[in-house]
Design a protein around this ligand. Structure first.
Ligand SMILES: NC(=O)c1ccc[n+]([C@@H]2O[C@H](COP(=O)([O-])OP(=O)(O)OC[C@H]3O[C@@H](n4cnc5c(N)ncnc54)[C@H](O)[C@@H]3O)[C@@H](O)[C@H]2O)c1
Length: 307
């Protein structure tokens, strides 16, 4: 493990500024050490993380929890001001945290982010792919371009991230990838946000296959499947056609606190846990579905019919 990077550098305004700011002498070879016990990362002190969508909600909660665990965090968000604000907050925890503008739809932006982080912090250990957008409407009324936008932002963003960061993690022989899916991808309880739930089911499948590949290579994978969380997610929802209602996976679920979700993420990285649920009752539903898929679907249809 290289020495922890200096903590005193001022945050760059943009990725481009950060590239300009940093001299070649800051670059390390990014090589390292395997975790001494498989893929466990019990000691996070001095590790380096990237959190996409880190400017709000679950990304913010995770960035702050990682910083509190001693991790240097690059907070990336399409909204640069949000990323910078969270970086300021995270820096109070005493690690080197900085914000950057990054649109997860842009492969080049990922590559720039990778270069900025390596130049500034010398390594990357944890990649949290956290961005998700929601397109709502009846199945026949959501236009194709909303499907394309959702799949690009929620699923192909992780493909872009993998292409950028997996070679580094594989070469190191250590690290951890966290993908934020959703309870909406675990099983279907509504039809009003189909591009979203389909994209999140894809994130779960992608994460599971990735774990098969990466775990023997000493890189951990976590798939975060939150139920409702009190965030700003509604700000970026799009609605097509007739108004639709938003249903939770289970009636009356209490929204989780994004800071508590951040703690769950850190715990999962430390202990190399794959599936993270924010609400334990989701687990009971998964068991119910596995025991009786026909009965489970019939119960969901009844529940929608009854309103
Ligand atoms: N809030 C919930 O109830 C809930 C439930 C299940 C899953 N999730 C998932 O959690 C993740 C985080 O969502 P949240 O609830 O914290 O929402 P949020 O809106 O509070 O935060 C999302 C952040 O992502 C940023 N963002 C949006 N598009 C981006 C892009 N193209 N590139 C980079 N950044 C972008 C936004 O600016 C925002 O800061 C999403 O994947 C979401 O699907 C949320």
């Amino acid at each position: 493990m290289p020495d922890a990077p200096a903590l005193s550098r001022p945050a760059p305004e943009t990725c481009e500024d950060a590239v300009r700011d940093i001299s070649d002498s800051d670059i390390s070879d990014g090589r390292s050490h395997q975790s001494h016990r498989g893929v466990l990362m019990e000691d996070l002190l001095g590790k380096v993380a990237l959190v996409t969508g880190g400017g709000s909600g679950i990304g913010r909660g995770s960035a702050l929890a990682l910083a509190a665990a001693g991790v240097h965090v690059a907070i990336a968000d399409v909204d640069r001001d949000r990323a910078m604000a969270v970086a300021d907050e995270a820096s109070w925890r005493g690690t080197d945290c900085f914000g950057m503008a990054l649109d997860v739809n842009d492969l080049t932006a990922f590559e720039t982010a990778r270069d900025v982080i390596l130049r500034r912090l010398g390594r990357i250990d944890i990649v949290m792919n956290n961005v998700g957008v929601v397109a709502a409407g009846l199945p026949e009324e959501i236009p194709l371009h909303e499907w394309e936008r959702t799949m690009s932002t929620n699923v192909l963003s992780i493909v872009r991230s993998n292409a950028t960061f997996l070679p580094l993690l594989l070469e190191q022989g250590s690290g951890h990838v966290v993908n934020t899916a959703s309870a909406a991808g675990l099983f279907q309880y509504e039809y009003e946000r189909m591009p979203y739930s389909v994209s999140k089911a894809a994130v779960i499948a992608l994460s599971e296959a990735l774990a098969l590949y990466l775990h023997p290579r000493h890189v951990g994978v976590t798939c975060l499947c939150p139920g409702p969380v009190a965030t700003n997610i509604r700000q970026q929802m799009t609605f097509s056609g007739a108004p639709v209602r938003m249903r939770p996976p289970i009636k009356g679920m209490t929204p989780a606190d994004p800071m508590a979700v951040g703690d769950l993420v850190v715990d999962a990285i430390r202990n190399d846990r794959f599936l993270v649920l924010t609400h334990p009752e989701l687990h009971e539903l998964l068991v119910e579905r596995a025991m009786d898929p026909e009965g489970f679907l019939a119960a969901r249809i009844r529940s929608i019919e009854e309103g």
